[in-house]
Write a protein that binds this ligand. Structure first.
Ligand code: HEM
Length: 504
């Protein structure tokens, strides 16, 4: 009898605990879906069926009139999902000091180098790291780094003609080879050897960083939801092997440059050192290596994803591909066939096509912001006062559902249509603030967007000048997003093939 009562009591406590936790928002008069025990609203994600960003999109669609929604993440952790652009602007721009940190559970006791990355760093460290990195991306620096991009474009061109021809290829894999070599060259003056050496250090180590693997779901959960799981599995954002390799390789480059008194390198590493020396600051090797790792981690994957999805969209929209190619032909003729920074800046339709690609396929389906100072919620529904004043506590998570906003038919009519004209200069001026979030918004907005666009445009120009791109029969239709990865990745790859263009 006693055992029976104990079981009954435990069951009662579990059910009570679940009901109490999963009614956190309704007890405050805030509407949203009820959470399930343990899973919250993330059941489909935790069983590996649906990417977390797509779940946020499902919830977004269910509350069309709200300006935010009370949701439950894993373990019924209450969070706020932003539902309109006014609220997004409030959180990311106007009240930025209340939401200054990103939500990424990286442990500073387990790893230190990645805290030089502004994406990970918090508070004052974030401000310092970001202020050191931003001057690397001025238009003048972009122009100076362009010869690196142009020289890798030549390698890309010969790889396509010698190794791919008209055979099917996986788009992300090809584009990642290219962006990896660009970053290795533009950031540290090194040859990434991605096109020439299948076993190159850069290729091997970077595979460990971003490619989906059997542990992706566990790693993404540790990074975005459960710091305790991260402690249990000793999760690291930058695997130890990669960090060690990085420290060794960049230290070598720095000491070689010191020995040869060689400071004439037009790359990010040199500019970082010069910037320190100019202000008379100590050149702290650890921070410089940290910045170098940021350039690699942030610099290659997002652009490779953008390029691969752009190739996919050009394949399924051949009339748009033709228009992009006509612009490329015209601008390249004007510049006597020379690929330069000025030339790619003139390709405004290609620019618009890349924005439209990011709208349809953002590399980050959602951005997560930590409440860093208490914040009073405005009414949830236009003109309807909250039952009582709701002040959000420090530590609560606010979700910016990037893909949901990008696919919202109110903001982008016929949202699944690929239409670069949405990003013509005139249409851009008329668009609502904070409706395009491909690079984020506010003081934490992506500092590397100019470089990302420069390398992506140059690579695409190199391909589309000579080839038409088509879907390979191997390509799944429609494309599905891998349910387990942190960044958007196509589940079965983006399979394409080139056909040589017949130029008039
Ligand atoms: C097309 C390519 C790229 C896309 C789509 C992209 C997208 C993004 C997004 C969505 C964020 C988050 C912004 C936010 O929280 O509001 C971000 C942050 C960041 N990106 Fe990019 N990015 C790209 C290329 C690059 C490149 C090439 C670099 C550097 C080489 C870079 C460096 C960073 C850094 C350092 C941050 C953190 C900024 C901060 O929190 O202060 N990104 N990026």
């Amino acid at each position: 009898m006693l055992t029976f009562l104990m079981i009954l009591g435990t069951l009662f406590l579990i059910v009570f605990n679940w009901i109490w936790n999963s009614t956190y928002w309704s007890r405050q008069g805030i509407k949203g879906p009820m959470g399930m025990p343990i899973f919250g609203n993330m059941f489909q994600y935790l069983i590996g069926r649906r990417q977390y960003g797509l779940i946020y999109e499902d919830i977004y669609k269910s509350y069309p009139k709200a300006s935010y929604i009370g949701i439950y993440r894993v373990m019924n952790e209450p969070a706020i999902l932003l539902r309109n652009t006014e609220m997004i602007k409030e959180i990311m721009v106007k009240s930025f000091p209340n939401f200054s940190d990103n939500v990424l559970y990286v442990n500073d006791k387990r790893e230190d180098l990645v805290f030089c990355n502004p994406f990970i760093a918090k508070g004052e460290k974030w401000r310092v790291m970001r202020s050191e990195l931003v001057p690397m991306f001025t238009p003048n620096k972009m122009k100076l780094s362009f010869p690196h991009i142009a020289s890798i474009c030549k390698k890309l061109d010969s790889f396509i003609s010698n190794d791919i021809g008209e055979m099917p290829f996986e788009g992300k894999d090809l584009c990642a080879k290219y962006t990896l070599d660009v970053v290795a060259s533009a950031a540290y003056g090194l040859d990434g050897e991605s096109f020439t050496n299948k076993g190159s250090d850069f290729t091997k180590l970077v595979k460990e960083l971003f490619m989906p693997n059997p542990l992706s779901l566990v790693h993404t959960t540790a990074l975005l939801f459960l710091p305790k799981l991260g402690d249990l599995i000793q999760y690291r954002y930058l695997p130890e092997k990669v960090q060690q390799w990085f420290v060794t390789i960049i230290s070598k480059v720095m000491s070689r440059r010191r020995e040869l008194k060689d400071n004439n390198n037009g790359d990010f590493l040199q500019w970082l050192i010069d910037a320190k020396q100019k202000t008379g600051e100590l050149v702290d090797e650890f921070t410089i290596i940290g910045h170098c790792s940021t350039l690699l981690i942030e610099g290659f994957e997002t652009s490779a994803s953008l390029m691969a999805y752009a190739l996919y969209e050009f394949s399924v929209n051949p009339h748009i591909q033709k228009r992009v190619q006509s612009e490329i032909d015209e601008v390249m003729n004007k510049h006597h066939g020379k690929l330069s920074y000025e030339a790619i800046l003139e390709m405004t339709y290609l620019d618009a096509a890349l924005y439209e690609t990011l709208r349809l396929h953002p590399p980050m389906l959602a951005l997560l912001k930590h409440c860093t100072k208490p914040f009073e919620l405005p009414p949830q529904f236009n003109g309807v006062k909250l039952r009582e004043k709701v002040v959000i506590e420090e530590g609560t998570i606010f979700v910016v559902p990037v893909q949901a906003v990008h696919h919202d038919p109110v903001l982008f009519p016929d949202p699944h249509k690929f239409d670069p004209d949405r990003f013509s200069e005139e249409n851009k001026r008329q668009r609502e603030n904070c409706s395009f979030l491909g690079f984020g918004e506010g003081p934490r907005m992506c500092p590397g967007m100019r470089f990302g666009f420069a390398q992506s445009k140059a690579g695409l120009v190199t391909m589309l000048m000579k080839y038409n791109v088509q879907l390979s029969e191997k390509c799944p239709k429609p494309l599905e997003i891998s349910p387990t990865t942190f960044l958007t990745t196509s589940r079965s790859g983006i399979w394409l093939c080139f056909k040589a263009r017949r130029l008039q």
